[in-house]
Design a protein around this ligand. Structure first.
Ligand SMILES: [Fe+2]
Ligand SMILES: [Fe+2]
Length: 134
């Protein structure tokens, strides 16, 4: 099931918003690879594409937070780190189980639930902070 970008997710920083939009595209590619049973290799490569992009995005976002002396920087960074750990486990799971129902459910939990909620709440809070600074 594809996820849809909403304007309300925008945090008002162009670079971050366009990276978030790109994340949505990559998440949907992963979901599609899972649902069309394209095989482990294809799913693994969408996991890697999304994973690499997430790492770049997190470091850009954290840099912006640090540069702006964001008070919640530490917590935000820890949340990113927790995600990366959980995300890494997806590969092991795929390796062990293949594209099982349980694997797909975990993808939904880790990627869709976490990342979309994070963008809609934690990242937005940062956007609100930035706006309050100007
Ligand atoms: Fe973000
Ligand atoms: Fe974030």
């Amino acid at each position: 099931m594809a996820i849809e970008w909403r304007k309300s997710y925008e945090i008002g920083v162009e670079k971050i918003d366009s990276q978030h939009k790109e994340l949505f595209i990559k998440i949907n590619n992963l979901l599609e690879a899972c649902s069309t049973h394209k095989g482990k290799e294809e799913v693994l490569s969408t996991i890697d594409f999304l994973g690499d992009y997430v790492i770049t995005h997190f470091s850009d976002e954290e840099k912006l937070q640090k540069d702006n002396e964001y008070p919640d920087y530490k917590d935000h960074k820890s949340a990113h780190e927790r995600f990366v750990k959980d995300y890494e486990k997806l590969k092991e799971k795929l390796d062990e189980e293949g594209i099982s129902l349980n694997f797909v459910m975990t993808v939904n939990k880790v990627v869709v639930d976490w990342l979309v909620k994070h963008i809609a709440s934690a990242d937005r809070a940062f956007g609100t902070f930035l706006k309050s600074k100007v």
